[in-house]
Design a protein around this ligand. Sequence first.
Ligand code: AMP
Length: 215
Amino acid sequence: MNLILLGPPGAGKGTQASRLMKERGLVQLSTGDMLRAAVAAGTPVGLQAKAVMESGGLVSDEIVNGILSERLDQDDARAGFILDGYPRTDVQAHALDAMLAAKGLTLDHVVELVVDEDALVERITGRFTCGACGEGYHDRFKQPRVADVCDACGASNFKRRADDNEATVRQRMAEYRAKTAPIIPHYDGRGIVARVDGMADMDAVASAIDGVLGG
Ligand code: AMP
């Protein structure tokens, strides 16, 4: 099964994608994660992407289409994938169609997480993760049980994304509204789009998505 998870930053795409990865053996393909890895490694792509990401803008279609296409060629993607954060523009949606056709792959579902943007700003600006195992936390909603110690692995090395501040988050949301939400009609005609209430609690969102995916 291959699907796209759509929704503004902080809608819960990453959370739901990692759950689906564990429960269904799908791979999570997050262009944001791939770009952050490139920035951390100081590759040419990373050097080009860094400033744009810090401003909350979109990295060029050419760059993200290239990294996603390469990632789709790795063997694990054949078992099924969840696109998290891609496509984000009309150009990317068309490039994805061409890539999938060339690779003999199809898209089964497009799930849009529908959310309230103001509530999301609070959700995003409070989030942090364990630098060792990636467990997610939040200033208001999910503090570690013991201050400064990861519940999952015991490490004391938390990190926050450089682009999780209010100004950048607002910019990322504006980009979503202007460039990403308008690609949904591209898929509507194929009968594969489902809208899920992303403001519900995590378990309710999970069951709504499971209802869409079936099985
Ligand atoms: P994310 O982790 O999906 O929120 O992405 C973080 C940042 O990476 C975004 O704000 C963009 O600057 C960049 N980015 C990630 N995916 C894409 C994409 N598909 N197209 C353009 N820029 C992207």
